[in-house]
Design a protein around this ligand. Sequence first.
Ligand code: PLZ
Length: 452
Amino acid sequence: MSVTDLPPTVPVGGPSLPQERRLVSRIPGPRSEELLARKAAAVAAGVGHTVPIEAVAAGGGVVVDADGNSLIDLGSGIAVTTVGNAHPAVVAAVQAQVAQFTHTCFMISPYDAYVSVAEALNRLTPGDHAKKSALFNSGAEAVENAVKIARKYTGRSAVVAFDHAYHGRTNLTMALTAKSMPYKSGFGPFASEVYRAPVSYPFRDGLTGPEAARRAISLIEKQVGADNLAAVIIEPIQGEGGFIVPADGFLPAIVDWCRANDVVFIADEVQSGFGRTGAMFASELFGIVPDLVTTAKGIAAGLPLAAVTGRAEIMDASHAGGLGGTYGGNPIACAAALAAIDAFEHEGFVDRANDLGRILVDRLTALQSADPRIGEVRGRGAMVAAEFVDPATGEPDAALTAAVAKACIAEGVIVLTCGTYGNVIRFLPPLSIGDELLHEGLDVVAAALAAA
Ligand code: PLZ
Protein backbone atom coordinates (compact mmCIF):
# COMPACT_ATOMS: atom_id res chain seq x y z
CA MET A 1 0.00 0.00 0.00
CA SER A 2 1.41 3.43 -0.85
CA VAL A 3 0.95 6.48 1.35
CA THR A 4 -1.65 7.85 -1.07
CA ASP A 5 -3.71 4.63 -0.86
CA LEU A 6 -4.16 4.91 2.90
CA PRO A 7 -7.66 5.79 4.13
CA PRO A 8 -8.09 9.52 4.78
CA THR A 9 -8.22 8.93 8.52
CA VAL A 10 -4.56 7.87 8.49
CA PRO A 11 -2.30 10.94 8.73
CA VAL A 12 0.84 11.25 6.63
CA GLY A 13 3.99 11.27 8.76
CA GLY A 14 6.81 13.76 8.97
CA PRO A 15 7.24 17.10 10.70
CA SER A 16 3.87 18.43 9.46
CA LEU A 17 2.01 16.05 11.81
CA PRO A 18 0.31 18.02 14.62
CA GLN A 19 2.92 18.22 17.37
CA GLU A 20 0.72 17.28 20.29
CA ARG A 21 0.00 14.55 22.80
CA ARG A 22 -3.53 13.44 22.05
CA LEU A 23 -5.37 10.54 23.66
CA VAL A 24 -8.67 9.67 22.01
CA SER A 25 -8.88 6.12 23.39
CA ARG A 26 -7.24 4.05 26.09
CA ILE A 27 -3.93 2.54 24.97
CA PRO A 28 -4.17 0.16 23.25
CA GLY A 29 -7.32 1.34 21.50
CA PRO A 30 -9.59 -1.06 19.59
CA ARG A 31 -7.78 -0.86 16.23
CA SER A 32 -4.39 -1.33 17.86
CA GLU A 33 -5.77 -4.27 19.84
CA GLU A 34 -6.86 -5.89 16.60
CA LEU A 35 -3.34 -5.70 15.17
CA LEU A 36 -1.80 -6.94 18.41
CA ALA A 37 -4.11 -9.97 18.34
CA ARG A 38 -3.00 -10.71 14.77
CA LYS A 39 0.62 -10.20 15.86
CA ALA A 40 0.20 -12.71 18.67
CA ALA A 41 -1.20 -15.25 16.18
CA ALA A 42 1.25 -14.63 13.32
CA VAL A 43 4.55 -13.36 14.75
CA ALA A 44 6.99 -15.47 16.75
CA ALA A 45 6.50 -15.00 20.48
CA GLY A 46 10.19 -14.13 20.90
CA VAL A 47 9.68 -10.83 19.08
CA GLY A 48 8.33 -8.57 21.80
CA HIS A 49 7.05 -5.00 21.80
CA THR A 50 7.18 -2.20 24.35
CA VAL A 51 4.37 0.12 23.25
CA PRO A 52 1.04 -1.64 22.57
CA ILE A 53 -0.10 0.36 19.55
CA GLU A 54 -0.39 0.03 15.80
CA ALA A 55 1.87 2.82 14.53
CA VAL A 56 0.57 4.53 11.38
CA ALA A 57 2.53 7.78 11.17
CA ALA A 58 5.39 9.56 12.91
CA GLY A 59 7.35 12.78 12.66
CA GLY A 60 8.75 15.67 14.66
CA GLY A 61 8.27 14.45 18.21
CA VAL A 62 5.21 12.21 17.91
CA VAL A 63 4.09 8.73 16.88
CA VAL A 64 0.43 8.40 15.82
CA ASP A 65 -1.50 5.13 16.21
CA ALA A 66 -4.36 3.55 14.28
CA ASP A 67 -6.92 4.80 16.80
CA GLY A 68 -5.84 8.40 16.34
CA ASN A 69 -3.78 8.69 19.53
CA SER A 70 -0.69 10.88 19.21
CA LEU A 71 2.12 9.80 21.54
CA ILE A 72 5.15 11.87 22.50
CA ASP A 73 8.22 10.02 21.24
CA LEU A 74 11.08 9.88 23.75
CA GLY A 75 12.63 6.77 22.20
CA SER A 76 13.28 7.43 18.47
CA GLY A 77 12.82 3.71 17.76
CA ILE A 78 15.92 3.13 19.97
CA ALA A 79 18.03 6.11 18.86
CA VAL A 80 17.39 5.64 15.15
CA THR A 81 15.19 8.50 13.94
CA THR A 82 17.62 11.05 15.33
CA VAL A 83 16.91 13.63 12.58
CA GLY A 84 13.21 12.85 12.98
CA ASN A 85 10.84 10.34 11.43
CA ALA A 86 10.12 10.92 7.75
CA HIS A 87 12.50 13.90 7.56
CA PRO A 88 11.49 15.57 4.25
CA ALA A 89 15.00 15.42 2.76
CA VAL A 90 15.31 11.73 3.66
CA VAL A 91 11.89 11.00 2.14
CA ALA A 92 12.83 12.82 -1.08
CA ALA A 93 16.20 11.07 -1.33
CA VAL A 94 14.62 7.65 -0.79
CA GLN A 95 11.86 8.34 -3.32
CA ALA A 96 14.36 9.48 -5.94
CA GLN A 97 16.63 6.47 -5.40
CA VAL A 98 13.87 3.88 -5.32
CA ALA A 99 12.63 5.13 -8.71
CA GLN A 100 16.17 5.03 -10.14
CA PHE A 101 17.25 1.53 -9.06
CA THR A 102 16.59 -0.51 -5.93
CA HIS A 103 19.55 -2.90 -5.92
CA THR A 104 22.47 -4.07 -7.96
CA CYS A 105 24.52 -5.59 -5.12
CA PHE A 106 27.54 -3.38 -4.50
CA MET A 107 29.81 -6.43 -4.86
CA ILE A 108 28.45 -6.92 -8.41
CA SER A 109 27.99 -3.38 -9.75
CA PRO A 110 29.19 -0.54 -7.51
CA TYR A 111 27.31 2.77 -7.30
CA ASP A 112 27.94 6.29 -6.08
CA ALA A 113 25.79 6.42 -2.94
CA TYR A 114 27.80 3.65 -1.20
CA VAL A 115 31.12 5.33 -1.98
CA SER A 116 29.72 8.71 -0.87
CA VAL A 117 28.58 7.26 2.48
CA ALA A 118 32.05 5.72 2.95
CA GLU A 119 33.68 9.07 2.19
CA ALA A 120 31.37 10.84 4.66
CA LEU A 121 32.11 8.29 7.40
CA ASN A 122 35.85 8.52 6.77
CA ARG A 123 35.60 12.29 7.13
CA LEU A 124 33.24 12.42 10.14
CA THR A 125 34.54 9.70 12.46
CA PRO A 126 37.17 10.73 15.03
CA GLY A 127 40.82 11.17 13.98
CA ASP A 128 42.48 12.63 10.90
CA HIS A 129 44.37 9.47 9.89
CA ALA A 130 43.68 7.70 6.57
CA LYS A 131 40.41 5.76 6.92
CA LYS A 132 38.27 3.34 4.97
CA SER A 133 34.74 2.00 5.49
CA ALA A 134 32.62 -1.05 4.69
CA LEU A 135 28.81 -1.01 4.84
CA PHE A 136 26.41 -3.59 6.28
CA ASN A 137 22.74 -3.92 7.28
CA SER A 138 22.55 -3.89 11.07
CA GLY A 139 24.54 -2.93 14.11
CA ALA A 140 25.19 -6.56 14.96
CA GLU A 141 26.53 -7.22 11.48
CA ALA A 142 28.86 -4.21 11.76
CA VAL A 143 30.19 -5.51 15.09
CA GLU A 144 30.71 -9.02 13.65
CA ASN A 145 32.68 -7.51 10.78
CA ALA A 146 34.75 -5.23 13.02
CA VAL A 147 35.87 -8.35 14.91
CA LYS A 148 36.62 -10.20 11.65
CA ILE A 149 38.67 -7.25 10.40
CA ALA A 150 40.63 -6.95 13.67
CA ARG A 151 41.37 -10.69 13.73
CA LYS A 152 42.60 -10.67 10.15
CA TYR A 153 44.81 -7.62 10.79
CA THR A 154 46.37 -8.87 14.01
CA GLY A 155 46.44 -12.60 13.29
CA ARG A 156 45.10 -13.09 16.84
CA SER A 157 41.72 -14.40 17.93
CA ALA A 158 40.72 -13.22 21.43
CA VAL A 159 38.28 -10.34 21.92
CA VAL A 160 37.55 -8.49 25.15
CA ALA A 161 34.13 -6.99 25.83
CA PHE A 162 32.90 -5.44 29.07
CA ASP A 163 30.35 -5.95 31.81
CA HIS A 164 26.95 -4.43 30.87
CA ALA A 165 27.91 -4.50 27.18
CA TYR A 166 25.35 -4.86 24.40
CA HIS A 167 26.56 -5.60 20.89
CA GLY A 168 23.70 -7.51 19.19
CA ARG A 169 21.74 -10.73 18.84
CA THR A 170 23.79 -12.78 16.34
CA ASN A 171 25.96 -15.60 17.67
CA LEU A 172 29.22 -13.67 18.03
CA THR A 173 27.48 -10.51 19.23
CA MET A 174 25.46 -12.50 21.79
CA ALA A 175 28.79 -13.75 23.09
CA LEU A 176 29.98 -10.13 23.35
CA THR A 177 26.73 -9.02 25.02
CA ALA A 178 26.75 -9.32 28.80
CA LYS A 179 23.13 -9.79 29.83
CA SER A 180 21.67 -13.28 29.73
CA MET A 181 17.94 -12.53 29.96
CA PRO A 182 16.46 -11.79 27.45
CA TYR A 183 19.34 -11.67 24.96
CA LYS A 184 21.23 -14.94 25.42
CA SER A 185 19.33 -17.30 27.67
CA GLY A 186 18.94 -20.69 25.99
CA PHE A 187 20.51 -19.53 22.71
CA GLY A 188 24.03 -20.87 23.21
CA PRO A 189 26.59 -22.28 22.74
CA PHE A 190 28.24 -18.96 22.00
CA ALA A 191 31.28 -18.02 19.95
CA SER A 192 34.58 -18.77 21.67
CA GLU A 193 37.55 -16.53 22.46
CA VAL A 194 35.38 -13.81 23.97
CA TYR A 195 36.46 -12.52 27.39
CA ARG A 196 34.76 -10.04 29.70
CA ALA A 197 36.37 -7.25 31.71
CA PRO A 198 34.89 -4.91 34.34
CA VAL A 199 33.81 -1.50 33.03
CA SER A 200 33.81 1.88 34.78
CA TYR A 201 30.37 2.40 36.38
CA PRO A 202 30.97 5.34 38.72
CA PHE A 203 27.55 5.20 40.42
CA ARG A 204 28.06 1.57 41.44
CA ASP A 205 31.83 1.03 41.67
CA GLY A 206 32.95 4.37 43.10
CA LEU A 207 36.28 4.07 41.23
CA THR A 208 38.06 6.83 39.35
CA GLY A 209 38.59 6.30 35.63
CA PRO A 210 42.29 5.36 35.99
CA GLU A 211 41.48 2.95 38.86
CA ALA A 212 38.76 1.24 36.83
CA ALA A 213 41.10 1.04 33.83
CA ARG A 214 43.87 -0.56 35.94
CA ARG A 215 41.36 -3.14 37.19
CA ALA A 216 40.28 -4.01 33.64
CA ILE A 217 43.80 -4.07 32.20
CA SER A 218 45.09 -6.29 34.99
CA LEU A 219 42.31 -8.79 34.30
CA ILE A 220 43.00 -8.68 30.55
CA GLU A 221 46.74 -9.21 31.04
CA LYS A 222 46.30 -12.08 33.51
CA GLN A 223 43.33 -13.90 31.97
CA VAL A 224 43.80 -13.28 28.23
CA GLY A 225 47.30 -11.95 27.52
CA ALA A 226 47.93 -9.13 25.06
CA ASP A 227 49.69 -11.51 22.65
CA ASN A 228 46.43 -13.40 22.10
CA LEU A 229 44.20 -10.39 21.89
CA ALA A 230 42.89 -9.08 18.57
CA ALA A 231 40.53 -6.41 19.83
CA VAL A 232 38.91 -4.65 22.75
CA ILE A 233 35.35 -3.54 21.98
CA ILE A 234 33.39 -1.04 24.06
CA GLU A 235 30.43 1.33 23.77
CA PRO A 236 31.85 4.75 24.82
CA ILE A 237 28.54 5.27 26.63
CA GLN A 238 26.88 1.91 27.21
CA GLY A 239 23.34 1.80 25.81
CA GLU A 240 21.22 -1.23 26.66
CA GLY A 241 23.42 -1.78 29.75
CA GLY A 242 22.08 1.38 31.38
CA PHE A 243 23.47 4.53 29.74
CA ILE A 244 26.61 4.07 31.79
CA VAL A 245 29.02 6.98 31.34
CA PRO A 246 32.54 5.87 32.27
CA ALA A 247 34.57 7.99 34.71
CA ASP A 248 37.03 10.47 33.17
CA GLY A 249 40.25 8.84 32.14
CA PHE A 250 38.89 5.29 31.83
CA LEU A 251 38.55 5.16 28.04
CA PRO A 252 41.85 6.99 27.28
CA ALA A 253 43.76 4.55 29.53
CA ILE A 254 42.22 1.55 27.75
CA VAL A 255 43.03 3.09 24.34
CA ASP A 256 46.63 3.78 25.40
CA TRP A 257 47.04 0.19 26.59
CA CYS A 258 45.64 -1.13 23.29
CA ARG A 259 48.05 1.08 21.29
CA ALA A 260 51.02 -0.06 23.37
CA ASN A 261 50.08 -3.71 22.81
CA ASP A 262 49.02 -3.60 19.14
CA VAL A 263 45.44 -4.46 20.10
CA VAL A 264 42.68 -3.00 17.90
CA PHE A 265 40.42 -0.66 19.88
CA ILE A 266 36.83 -0.82 18.56
CA ALA A 267 34.31 1.83 19.63
CA ASP A 268 30.77 0.51 19.19
CA GLU A 269 28.95 3.76 18.44
CA VAL A 270 25.83 2.06 17.10
CA GLN A 271 23.68 3.74 19.77
CA SER A 272 25.88 6.69 20.85
CA GLY A 273 26.89 7.83 17.34
CA PHE A 274 25.49 10.36 14.90
CA GLY A 275 24.83 13.41 17.00
CA ARG A 276 23.00 11.59 19.75
CA THR A 277 25.37 12.62 22.57
CA GLY A 278 25.85 16.23 21.49
CA ALA A 279 28.97 15.37 19.51
CA MET A 280 28.96 13.58 16.18
CA PHE A 281 30.49 10.58 18.00
CA ALA A 282 30.64 9.97 21.75
CA SER A 283 34.34 9.04 21.45
CA GLU A 284 35.04 12.76 20.93
CA LEU A 285 33.59 13.56 24.36
CA PHE A 286 36.26 11.42 25.98
CA GLY A 287 39.12 12.57 23.76
CA ILE A 288 39.71 9.13 22.27
CA VAL A 289 40.44 8.10 18.67
CA PRO A 290 39.29 4.51 18.07
CA ASP A 291 41.02 2.26 15.54
CA LEU A 292 37.63 1.04 14.30
CA VAL A 293 34.17 2.55 14.81
CA THR A 294 30.90 0.68 14.28
CA THR A 295 27.83 2.74 13.35
CA ALA A 296 24.16 2.02 12.53
CA LYS A 297 20.83 3.38 13.91
CA GLY A 298 21.04 7.19 13.47
CA ILE A 299 23.14 6.90 10.30
CA ALA A 300 20.16 6.50 7.93
CA ALA A 301 17.11 7.84 9.81
CA GLY A 302 15.35 4.45 9.91
CA LEU A 303 16.58 2.71 6.78
CA PRO A 304 18.67 -0.37 7.61
CA LEU A 305 22.33 0.58 7.24
CA ALA A 306 25.47 0.01 9.31
CA ALA A 307 29.18 0.51 8.87
CA VAL A 308 32.68 -0.25 10.07
CA THR A 309 35.06 2.69 9.63
CA GLY A 310 38.69 2.73 10.65
CA ARG A 311 42.40 2.95 10.02
CA ALA A 312 43.03 2.23 6.36
CA GLU A 313 45.77 -0.33 7.07
CA ILE A 314 43.46 -2.31 9.38
CA MET A 315 40.45 -2.09 7.05
CA ASP A 316 42.61 -3.16 4.08
CA ALA A 317 44.07 -6.23 5.79
CA SER A 318 41.14 -8.41 4.66
CA HIS A 319 41.56 -10.13 1.28
CA ALA A 320 39.32 -9.10 -1.66
CA GLY A 321 35.97 -10.86 -1.32
CA GLY A 322 36.44 -11.39 2.42
CA LEU A 323 33.93 -8.71 3.43
CA GLY A 324 30.46 -7.98 2.11
CA GLY A 325 26.90 -9.30 1.90
CA THR A 326 24.07 -9.17 -0.63
CA TYR A 327 22.37 -6.06 0.75
CA GLY A 328 25.22 -4.29 2.58
CA GLY A 329 25.15 -0.62 1.60
CA ASN A 330 21.83 -0.96 -0.24
CA PRO A 331 21.38 2.12 -2.48
CA ILE A 332 18.09 3.22 -0.87
CA ALA A 333 19.58 3.02 2.62
CA CYS A 334 22.67 4.91 1.39
CA ALA A 335 20.51 7.63 -0.17
CA ALA A 336 18.73 8.01 3.18
CA ALA A 337 22.08 8.16 4.97
CA LEU A 338 23.43 10.88 2.69
CA ALA A 339 20.31 12.98 3.33
CA ALA A 340 20.48 12.34 7.08
CA ILE A 341 24.21 13.18 7.19
CA ASP A 342 23.54 16.39 5.29
CA ALA A 343 20.85 17.25 7.85
CA PHE A 344 23.28 16.56 10.73
CA GLU A 345 25.85 18.84 9.15
CA HIS A 346 23.59 21.70 8.04
CA GLU A 347 20.50 21.77 10.26
CA GLY A 348 22.09 22.19 13.68
CA PHE A 349 21.08 18.77 15.01
CA VAL A 350 24.25 18.25 17.05
CA ASP A 351 23.67 21.54 18.92
CA ARG A 352 20.03 20.58 19.28
CA ALA A 353 21.08 17.37 21.08
CA ASN A 354 22.83 19.54 23.68
CA ASP A 355 19.80 21.85 24.07
CA LEU A 356 17.50 18.86 24.61
CA GLY A 357 20.06 17.32 26.95
CA ARG A 358 20.05 20.43 29.14
CA ILE A 359 16.25 20.27 29.44
CA LEU A 360 16.38 16.55 30.25
CA VAL A 361 19.13 16.86 32.84
CA ASP A 362 17.62 19.97 34.49
CA ARG A 363 14.17 18.45 34.78
CA LEU A 364 15.38 15.03 35.95
CA THR A 365 17.86 16.49 38.42
CA ALA A 366 15.07 18.64 39.89
CA LEU A 367 12.96 15.49 40.28
CA GLN A 368 15.89 13.66 41.85
CA SER A 369 16.47 16.37 44.46
CA ALA A 370 12.93 15.76 45.76
CA ASP A 371 12.85 12.00 45.26
CA PRO A 372 15.59 9.70 46.58
CA ARG A 373 14.27 6.85 44.44
CA ILE A 374 16.20 8.45 41.57
CA GLY A 375 19.71 7.29 42.38
CA GLU A 376 21.44 8.97 39.48
CA VAL A 377 20.72 11.12 36.43
CA ARG A 378 23.41 10.71 33.78
CA GLY A 379 24.16 10.91 30.08
CA ARG A 380 25.40 13.28 27.41
CA GLY A 381 23.41 15.31 24.90
CA ALA A 382 20.08 13.68 24.07
CA MET A 383 21.17 10.32 25.53
CA VAL A 384 20.09 10.73 29.15
CA ALA A 385 18.83 8.31 31.78
CA ALA A 386 17.58 8.06 35.34
CA GLU A 387 18.55 5.05 37.47
CA PHE A 388 15.95 4.01 40.06
CA VAL A 389 16.91 2.54 43.42
CA ASP A 390 15.50 1.59 46.78
CA PRO A 391 16.51 4.67 48.80
CA ALA A 392 17.12 2.59 51.93
CA THR A 393 19.57 0.14 50.38
CA GLY A 394 20.65 1.62 47.04
CA GLU A 395 19.56 -1.65 45.43
CA PRO A 396 18.17 -1.43 41.86
CA ASP A 397 14.38 -1.00 41.74
CA ALA A 398 13.24 -2.71 38.53
CA ALA A 399 9.60 -2.91 39.66
CA LEU A 400 9.34 0.86 40.14
CA THR A 401 11.07 1.43 36.79
CA ALA A 402 8.65 -0.85 34.95
CA ALA A 403 5.65 0.75 36.68
CA VAL A 404 6.73 4.28 35.75
CA ALA A 405 7.44 3.31 32.13
CA LYS A 406 4.09 1.54 31.83
CA ALA A 407 2.21 4.51 33.27
CA CYS A 408 3.97 6.91 30.88
CA ILE A 409 2.99 4.82 27.87
CA ALA A 410 -0.62 4.60 29.08
CA GLU A 411 -0.59 8.43 29.25
CA GLY A 412 0.77 8.76 25.71
CA VAL A 413 4.51 9.13 26.28
CA ILE A 414 6.90 6.58 24.76
CA VAL A 415 9.77 5.90 27.16
CA LEU A 416 12.18 2.96 27.06
CA THR A 417 13.85 1.17 29.93
CA CYS A 418 17.33 -0.35 29.96
CA GLY A 419 20.05 -1.49 32.34
CA THR A 420 21.49 -4.81 33.44
CA TYR A 421 19.22 -4.57 36.48
CA GLY A 422 16.21 -3.23 34.50
CA ASN A 423 16.15 -0.14 36.69
CA VAL A 424 16.93 2.63 34.20
CA ILE A 425 14.58 4.80 32.15
CA ARG A 426 16.37 6.20 29.13
CA PHE A 427 15.47 9.27 27.15
CA LEU A 428 16.33 9.27 23.45
CA PRO A 429 14.04 11.89 21.90
CA PRO A 430 14.24 12.57 18.19
CA LEU A 431 16.28 15.75 17.79
CA SER A 432 13.30 17.11 15.82
CA ILE A 433 11.12 17.29 18.95
CA GLY A 434 10.10 20.75 20.20
CA ASP A 435 10.94 22.01 23.71
CA GLU A 436 7.28 22.19 24.72
CA LEU A 437 6.56 18.61 23.77
CA LEU A 438 9.66 17.39 25.59
CA HIS A 439 8.57 19.33 28.70
CA GLU A 440 5.08 17.85 28.46
CA GLY A 441 6.59 14.36 28.17
CA LEU A 442 8.69 14.99 31.28
CA ASP A 443 5.60 16.32 33.13
CA VAL A 444 3.99 12.94 32.45
CA VAL A 445 7.11 11.12 33.70
CA ALA A 446 7.08 13.21 36.87
CA ALA A 447 3.40 12.48 37.48
CA ALA A 448 3.92 8.76 36.86
CA LEU A 449 6.77 8.69 39.33
CA ALA A 450 4.77 10.58 41.95
CA ALA A 451 1.88 8.12 41.57
CA ALA A 452 4.08 4.98 41.62
N1 PLZ B 1 25.63 -2.20 19.43
C1 PLZ B 1 25.72 -0.42 21.10
O1 PLZ B 1 22.89 -0.48 20.98
C2 PLZ B 1 21.36 -2.20 19.24
C3 PLZ B 1 18.89 -3.41 20.55
C4 PLZ B 1 17.44 -3.63 20.65
P1 PLZ B 1 21.20 -3.95 15.61
N2 PLZ B 1 20.66 -1.76 20.39
C5 PLZ B 1 19.22 -1.97 20.39
C6 PLZ B 1 17.11 -5.08 20.82
O2 PLZ B 1 16.60 -5.41 21.90
O3 PLZ B 1 17.37 -5.85 19.89
C7 PLZ B 1 22.87 -2.18 19.31
C8 PLZ B 1 23.56 -1.32 20.17
C9 PLZ B 1 24.96 -1.35 20.20
C10 PLZ B 1 25.00 -3.02 18.58
C11 PLZ B 1 23.62 -3.05 18.49
C12 PLZ B 1 22.97 -3.98 17.53
O4 PLZ B 1 22.38 -3.26 16.51
O5 PLZ B 1 21.01 -2.97 14.49
O6 PLZ B 1 20.02 -4.11 16.51
O7 PLZ B 1 21.76 -5.25 15.14
